[in-house]
Design a protein around this ligand. Sequence first.
Ligand SMILES: [Zn+2]
Ligand SMILES: [Zn+2]
Length: 331
Amino acid sequence: MRGVRMLGQSQVTVEDFPDPRLGEGEVLIRIQASALCGSELHGYRGDTGQEFNGGHEAMGVVAEALHTRYLKPGDRVGIHAVWGCGQCRWCASGRYTFCDQRRGTPGTHAELVSAPEHVLLKLEEDISDEVGVLLSGDGLGVPYHVSTRLNTRGGDVVCVIGAGPIGLGNVLIQSFLGAEVVVIDLNDYRLGLARDLGAKHTVNSQTDDAVEAVRQITSGSLADKCIECVGRPETLKLALRLVGKAGTVMAVGEQGDVPLSISEDLIRRDITLMGSWFFHYCEFGAMVNLYRRGLRVDKLVTHRFPLEEAPLAFSEFSAGRTGKVVLQPCA
Ligand SMILES: [Zn+2]
Ligand SMILES: [Zn+2]
């Protein structure tokens, strides 16, 4: 089969790899759509290459199924990126992300992937390939999980810092839930995408002061909630300044230590600082419901490439000239 290999230093190639071997209860999937994720850019831009690739948001068609319980060849499935053991208390409640034995998908930027049946989500006919990738993967899963943690109400002013794919997904869901969304980024193209996805206000923080802009939008009271999707100390500190008294800051961008003034940043204004990691297998059904009630998940995808054009797909994505990008290995 053909598959993407990450070479590091912003280079990828498409090469021949052996077809995956199928174990008991496993399913061979012919990949129709595999999305690029911002989390892959660390590896893409890093110095060292990989044996294969880190693709993990994908859907496809069952090509072969050995002693499976409910899937058969021809079924369309989304692949959940985190595989739980299937037996512990977290897996029993569909929260694979909390499983101590969890592992990840073995690289979906390829023609074929094998996976255990219990990590596959059957896609009904009204869910297109691209929408299926987003509903069964972290493209929508992360923003959806954030929305359940933030408990957004209509009328809330919600700031989103960072208009990459995860930030844009948050814009889409928060707007759909009735929030007045303000997006802060440095990239005008992506701020334009944010407006298309429902953002009421956008601020280019290179030319405008984000705190001042939010102060004006809210007549001085500042935001109710802020979702930090960049993962830098300065943007987390900015998030804490964008929310008003009793506000909530949600940390989504991964990062290490950040110096905080506990009194200034948290205590004296009753600020809630929360984290949210990934999403759970059991949240798929709720995301499908949102889609069927009008959430325009399809608008998150701006570019599609055949597998052989993966080098171009990665360079455009890395340069910030796209929204969500989908590779189509067997479409
Ligand atoms: Zn991802
Ligand atoms: Zn488990």
